[in-house]
Write a protein that binds this ligand. Structure first.
Ligand code: ANZ
Length: 812
C-alpha cells in the first residue's frame, strides 16, 4: 500500500508559498485574533530532530483550525541565533559565527518548510540581525534609565587557565572543587564589574502575576519557588566587646531560645572585623577553599558542614548569653543577610554543624529523638513566654516582643537574585554603553542604535582576561566626545536570554519590507493593543523558569513604561513532552539515538510525521519514538487516499444523504472540534480513524460528509487533505474553507422513541436506533408484530416517515 506523498507534499508546499496562503495581516483588526507562539529555536548546526516539530505541530493544528473558523491568526517563527555553541564552533574552526549562523538558519527553514507549517516566514525574526538587536539595546537603555541596570562587583566563575568567565553549566564538580568542563582546569570565584539587571525589584509583581495565568501548575510552582518569598525577620546580635552588630535573617523567630551560635558566610563583610589574630590563618585558608565551590555544592545536604571559629562572640538579645560566631560556607552570602542564628535542635544543617564542631545544642522542642533536628508539630520548652503557644501564635508574639525591644524588624527575603547580565563573549549583543575618561558612564543616544557587533579577526578572550571585543579595532572601541573627552565602549556582551525576552513583540513590529516599526510608534501601539497577549505559548519545560521569568520581567517593565498594554505576555502556556529515542532515553547525539525528520519525510511523508507525532499520546507526555506506530499512521493516510481515489469506492460516493453516516459524522465533527480546542490531538485523530472505518463499511457515503471530513483532517495532514479537496473539484485552498459545524440533534441519544400512527392516530411507540435512514426505519416498523396487528387486512395507501420522529401509515 502506498500513496504518492512526495508529489503531493511538494505540490502543496509550492502552492502555499506561491499563493501566500498563510500570510498574516497584522493590521486587520476586524477579525478575531489568535496569536500562537512557539519557543523559537536556536539554529544549531545539527539541524532539527523530531522533537522540535512536536510543539510546532500542536500550534500548527490550532493555527489551521482557527483560520478555518474565521480568525486572523499569527503563527510566526524566528531564530534565537546568538549563543555559546556558535561561538565555540567559531573558536574551534576560526570562522566568524555570522556566516555559519546564516547557513544554519537557511537549513532550519528548509527543514520546517518540508513539514508544511503555517509559519508566516515574512514575519521571521533573527536576534542577531542588527535591525533586531537595535531594539534589544534600546530596551536595555530603558532599563538603565529606570535604574534597573547597574554595574556591580559580582562574583563570577573565572578560569585562569582559559582566561575566561564560565557559566554555571560549563563547570563541573571534581572532588568537591569547581573545574572547567572543557579541559578540567581549576575555576575560582572572582569579583568582577558586571552589568546586573534588578529583577528583584519586580519579585512581588512577578509572583502576583502568576495567579492570573493559565499555565501548568508545575511551572507556576517552579517560578514561585525560584522567586522564593520568605516571611521572617532580621534580628540584631550585638558583638561582645566590639561596636558591631551581626544581623541575621530568620524565618523562625520563635526558635530564638534555641540559638547556641551564629554562622556568617565566608564572604560576609564583617569576616575580617570579627576574626581575632589567633584564628586569622585558619579563616584565610577557609575563605580561599570556599572560592572553589559553587553555591549548589555548598548547600548539598550530604556534604560535611565545614567551618571555622572567628574568635568573636555575640550577645543573645534576650538571654544575654555569649554565642560563638563561626564562619561556614553552608551560609550563602547572597540570601537574607548572609548570616544566621543557628538553632541546631530545629535545623538539620545547624545540627550537623554543631555535631561536627562540638557546639552546644539546646532543646526547645519536646521530643525524645535527639539524634537529629526536630521536625513536626512544635511544642515549645525552655522558651519562656511562648512555651504554651502554638507555632501560629508564637511567631507573631516573639516578633512583637523583639520589635518592641528594637532588636528585630519584620523582613521578607526572596531567593530570587538579580540577573547577571554581562557575558565575556563575542557572539552577543554589544552594550550601548561608553565609559568616559572623566569617569562617567553614558548610554548611546537612540539615534546611534544599533551599535553593530564589529567583525574581529580573533574572538578569543583578550590577553588580560577581558571579553573578546577588547580585541576589536580602535575605530570601534574608542570614541571621542564633542568636548574632546575620550571614551571606550563596553566590551562585554549581553546573554542569549536578552534576545528571547521580547521576540514575541518583535513579530508584531515586523513591516512588510522586513524592517521593524519603532517600538514606541503609533503603529506599534496599535498592533500591541490588538494582538497582546499571546493566546497560546508552546515550548519545552526546560524554559519553565529562566526564559519565562526574564521575559515576564522585561514585559512588566515595558508595561510600567506604558509601552505595552497588558501586564503579562503569555496567557496560556503548554509544555510539550519530549520525544524520546526508541530506547526510551533522551534523544542526543552522544547517545546516537537522534532521529532526523528529513529521513522520516523521505520514507513516509510529512503528513505521516505530523499525524504520528500528534497520535503518540497526550501532547504533554514524553514518549519514545516507535517506527511501527509511524507505519500505522502511514497506512491510515493511505486508506484515506484510496477511499477518495480507488475506482472501486467511487460508486459508493453519493450526492444524496441516505443518513447511514449521520450519527458518526456529527459525532466526529463534534469530537474533533472539542478535542482540538482542548489540545487533545491524539483522541481527535482516533475519531478520524473511526469515521474512516465507518466509511469503508458503509454501502454509500454522502459526498458532503467526505468533503467535510477533509476539513477535519486538514489541520493534521494538510497536504493530503488539500490534494483530495482539489480532486473533489473544490475551489481555493482547503485552508480557507469554513470549519464544519455539527448538528446537536444527531448526537442526543443513541436511541430515540418514535410514534407509529395509523391514519394520524398514534397506536404504537417504539424505541429504535437514533438516525436510522427512512428505509431502515420503515423496515423495522413493518417487522414489528404489534404494528403488523394494526395493519392486518388493511391496504396501505401511503407511508410517511419522519426520521427519529414519526411513521404514519395512511390506510384504507
Ligand atoms: C533560625 C532557624 C531555626 C532557621 C530553625 C531555620 C530553622 P527560608 O525559610 O527558606 O527562607 N538562612 C537564612 N539566611 C541564610 C543564608 N544566607 N544561607 C543559608 N541559610 C540561611 O530559609 C530561612 C532560614 O534559612 C532561616 O531561618 C535561617 O535559618 C536560614 F529551626 O533561622 B533559620
Amino acid at each position: 500500500m502506498s500513496y504518492p506523498y512526495k508529489k503531493i507534499e511538494a505540490k502543496w508546499q509550492k502552492y502555499w508559498s506561491a499563493n501566500k496562503t498563510f500570510l498574516s495581516n497584522l493590521d486587520d483588526i476586524k477579525k478575531p485574533k489568535m496569536y500562537l507562539l512557539d519557543m523559537f529555536p536556536y539554529p544549531s548546526g545539527n539541524g532539527l530532530h523530531v522533537g522540535h516539530p512536536k510543539g510546532y505541530c500542536a500550534t500548527d493544528i490550532i493555527s489551521r483550525f482557527k483560520i478555518m473558523q474565521g480568525y486572523q491568526v499569527l503563527h510566526p517563527i524566528g531564530w534565537d541565533a546568538f549563543g555559546l555553541p556558535a561561538e565555540q564552533y567559531a573558536l574551534n574552526t576560526g570562522n566568524n559565527p555570522e556566516t555559519f549562523t546564516k547557513t544554519n538558519i537557511d537549513n532550519f527553514r528548509k527543514q520546517l518548510q518540508k513539514i508544511g507549517f503555517t509559519f508566516d516566514y515574512t514575519k521571521e525574526v533573527n536576534t542577531t540581525d542588527p535591525n533586531y538587536y537595535r531594539w534589544t539595546q534600546w530596551i536595555f537603555i530603558k532599563l538603565y534609565q529606570q535604574g534597573l541596570a547597574s554595574l556591580e562587583d559580582v562574583e563570577v566563575n573565572f578560569c585562569p587557565e582559559l582566561g575566561t568567565v564560565l557559566a554555571n553549566e560549563e563547570i563541573i564538580n571534581v572532588n568537591g572543587k569547581m573545574v572547567s568542563e572543557r579541559g578540567h582546569f581549576p575555576v575560582i570565584k572572582k569579583p568582577m564589574r558586571q552589568w546586573v539587571l534588578k529583577i528583584t525589584h519586580y519579585a512581588e509583581k512577578l509572583l502576583k502575576g502568576l495567579d492570573k495565568l493559565y499555565w501548568p501548575n508545575s511551572v507556576k510552582e517552579l517560578q514561585r519557588n525560584w522567586i522564593g518569598k520568605s516571611n521572617g525577620a532580621i534580628v540584631n546580635f550585638p558583638v561582645a566587646n566590639q561596636n558591631e552588630i551581626v544581623q541575621v535573617f530568620t524565618s523562625q523567630v520563635d526558635t530564638i531560645f534555641g540559638v547556641t551560635f551564629l554562622v556568617i558566610s565566608p564572604e560576609h563583610p564583617l569576616v575580617h572585623h570579627l576574626t581575632t589574630a589567633k584564628y586569622y590563618k585558619d579563616v584565610e585558608k577557609y575563605i580561599l577553599a570556599a572560592k572553589s565551590k559553587t553555591n549548589l555544592m555548598r548547600q548539598e545536604d550530604s556534604t560535611l558542614k565545614t567551618g571555622v571559629f572567628t574568635g568573636s562572640y555575640a550577645i543573645h538579645p534576650l538571654t544575654k548569653e555569649k554565642l560563638p560566631i563561626w564562619i561556614g560556607d553552608y551560609v550563602l552570602n547572597s540570601y537574607g543577610t548572609g548570616a544566621i542564628m543557628a538553632v541546631p535542635c530545629g535545623d538539620q544543617r545547624d545540627f550537623l554543624f554543631a555535631k561536627n564542631h562540638k557546639l552546644e545544642i539546646k532543646w526547645i522542642f519536646s521530643t525524645n529523638d535527639k539524634t537529629k533536628a526536630f521536625t513536626g508539630e512544635k511544642s515549645y520548652i525552655n522558651s519562656k513566654f511562648i512555651n504554651s503557644l502554638s507555632e501560629q501564635e508564637a511567631k507573631p508574639k516573639m516578633l512583637a516582643e523583639l520589635t518592641t525591644l528594637k532588636v528585630a524588624q519584620p523582613h521578607i527575603s526572596y531567593k530570587l537574585r538579580d540577573w547577571l547580565f554581562s557575558r565575556q563573549r563575542y557572539w552577543g549583543e554589544p552594550f550601548p554603553i561608553v565609559y568616559w575618561e572623566d569617569n562617567t558612564i553614558t548610554t548611546l543616544d537612540e539615534k546611534e542604535l544599533p551599535l553593530i557587533l564589529p567583525k574581529i579577526a580573533n574572538i578569543k578572550p583578550s590577553k588580560d582576561g577581558l571579553a573578546p571585543l577588547a580585541n576589536a579595532k580602535a575605530s570601534w572601541l574608542e570614541v571621542v566626545r564633542k568636548d574632546g573627552v575620550k571614551g571606550r565602549r563596553e566590551v562585554n556582551t549581553m546573554p542569549q536570554w536578552a534576545g528571547s525576552c521580547w521576540y514575541y513583540l518583535a513579530y508584531l513590529l515586523k513591516k512588510d519590507n522586513n524592517g521593524y516599526y519603532d517600538f514606541n510608534s503609533k503603529e506599534a501601539k496599535k498592533r500591541f493593543k490588538h494582538w497582546l497577549p499571546v493566546d497560546l505559548y508552546v515550548g519545552g519545560q526546560e524554559h519553565a523558569v529562566l526564559h519565562l521569568l526574564y521575559a515576564r520581567f522585561w514585559h512588566l517593565v515595558l508595561y510600567d513604561l506604558k509601552l505595552v498594554p497588558v501586564a503579562e505576555p503569555f496567557m496560556k502556556l503548554v509544555n510539550q513532552g519530549m520525544i524520546l529515542g526508541p530506547n526510551n532515553e533522551k534523544m542526543s547525539k552522544s547517545r546516537g539515538n537522534v532521529i532526523n525528520p528529513d529521513d522520516i519525510i523521505e520514507k513516509y511523508g510529512a503528513d505521516t510525521l505530523r499525524v504520528y507525532e500528534m497520535f503518540m499520546g497526550p501532547i504533554t507526555a514524553s514518549l519514545p519514538w516507535q517506527e511501527n506506530g509511524l507505519v500505522g499512521i502511514y497506512k491510515f493516510l493511505t486508506r484515506i487516499y484510496r477511499l477518495f481515489t480507488d475506482e472501486q469506492y467511487q460508486t459508493k460516493i453519493s450526492q444524496e444523504n441516505n443518513h447511514t453516516l449521520d450519527y458518526i459524522y456529527h459525532q466526529t465533527v463534534a469530537k474533533v472540534t472539542k478535542d482540538i480546542e482542548n489540545l487533545d490531538f491524539n483522541t481527535a485523530i482516533a475519531q478520524l480513524m473511526i469515521f474512516i472505518n465507518h466509511c469503508y463499511k458503509s454501502s454509500t457515503i454522502y459526498q458532503d460528509y467526505l468533503v467535510n471530513f477533509l476539513k477535519l483532517l486538514n489541520p493534521f495532514a494538510p497536504h493530503l487533505s488539500e490534494e483530495l479537496w482539489s480532486l473533489l473539484n473544490q475551489k481555493d485552498s482547503i485552508s480557507h474553507a469554513e470549519w464544519p459545524k455539527y448538528d446537536k440533534k444527531f448526537l442526543i441519544n443513541e436511541k430515540v422513541t418514535i410514534a407509529i400512527q395509523i391514519n394520524g392516530k398514534t397506536r404504537v411507540t417504539l424505541e429504535i436506533n437514533n438516525n436510522l435512514s427512512q428505509k431502515e426505519t420503515l423496515e423495522l416498523v413493518e417487522d414489528n408484530p404489534r404494528v403488523q396487528e394494526y395493519l392486518k387486512k388493511k391496504t396501505i395507501i401511503k407511508k410517511i416517515c419522519i426520521v427519529n420522529k414519526i411513521v404514519n401509515f395512511v390506510v384504507k
